[in-house]
Design a protein around this ligand. Sequence first.
Ligand code: HSE
Length: 429
Amino acid sequence: MTTPLNIGIAGLGTVGAGVVRLLNDNAALVTRRAGRVIRVVAVSARDRTRDRGIDLAGADWVDAPEQLAHHTGVDVVVELIGGAEGPAKALAAASIAAKRPFITANKAMLAAHGMALARAAEAASVPLKYEAAVAGGLPVIKGLREGAAANRITQISGILNGTCNYILSTMEATGREFADVLAEAQHLGYAEADPSFDIDGIDAAHKLSILACLAFGTRIDCAAVSTNGIRAVDACDIAQANALGFCIRLIGQAAYDAGGLYQAVRPMLVPLDHPLAHVKGAINAVTVDADPVGQLQFEGPGAGAGPTASAVVADLIDLARGSNGAPFGMPVAALEAAAPADPGARIARSYVRFAVEDKPGVLAEITAAMRDCAVSIETLIQRGEAPGGGVLVVMTTHEGPEGAVARALAQLGQSSALTSPPLVLPILG
Ligand code: HSE
């Protein structure tokens, strides 16, 4: 009989409890696929008394997560605490130092310390796995690292934050206000403990930086991700975008070419016939342009107990089978240190929303600034009231460098005709 794979879990929140439940519910199937029984032998969580609706009989409770790294009965440490620093990082370092394979769902930690952890894991020949860190249940890490490993990937575009997608698509479908829909997303368990990580685009930036590393063979550089969240998107933008044949989604985009590594997270207008426009609710989706395979799409639930546990247990099954490899698809030393691309050089069409005074010459002033900066206008609509007062003017531009639109708006920044700062949302090509 084969020996069981004994695991220690740090963190028994939604995801931790989901992992225990999944290992229990699908025990026979998981054992057949893994070739070994996978069993939880030790756990660590803040509150021992809380009823989580899971069976932890037989598991040893330890006080500090780090103790799992040195627990004699533990073969694999699973970190589901979260947070880039503190106990999660200490547990990662201790597990690798103790030569215990380490599985994590912690995108913030990988975005900040993934390269250092992978270097340490390689040096110690310890597996480091993280399928659950990006887009929950979507097998996008394995998809890029293994399935598409032979391809040259030119671009990835994705909906990487379920909370933002839930908020934007629900606002679109119901006309409800942002704060109301955010509260609902928190109640449903999609949002991070600090929801600003979701709505300010930080969570999506963490995930994008990890995907870019796998896709392009470049070092993780999360600090270089140009990050804008969805706070500035108003119901009027959603309505105007719809009228023009678009929806609004928070999109993470990365590309790597001679101009450098481009990484951005921001709300964008998505044409209604684009595959990402059909992604509603807390669903995540990633589109990968790869040669020679063509365009790949990954889509599915990106958050919550079941989808995230599905990814964690997939890593456990991999380990039980003995499958191991460089955490980021190649040794850290082989990853390129890519220079960030100039975001202003990115070619796109743009949507611009202005709030202006309704007086003669305002449109002339706006169009003159566009002319001066060589921005070609595609549509220009004056319609209704702008949020916060003034008249709403909405413009879309023809394709051109994004920096030119930024220069035109900087020129208009001095204008007394604008009653509030304009909002620019690029259009997904
Ligand atoms: N808060 C994340 C989201 C879920 O809304 O997508 C876990 O990454």
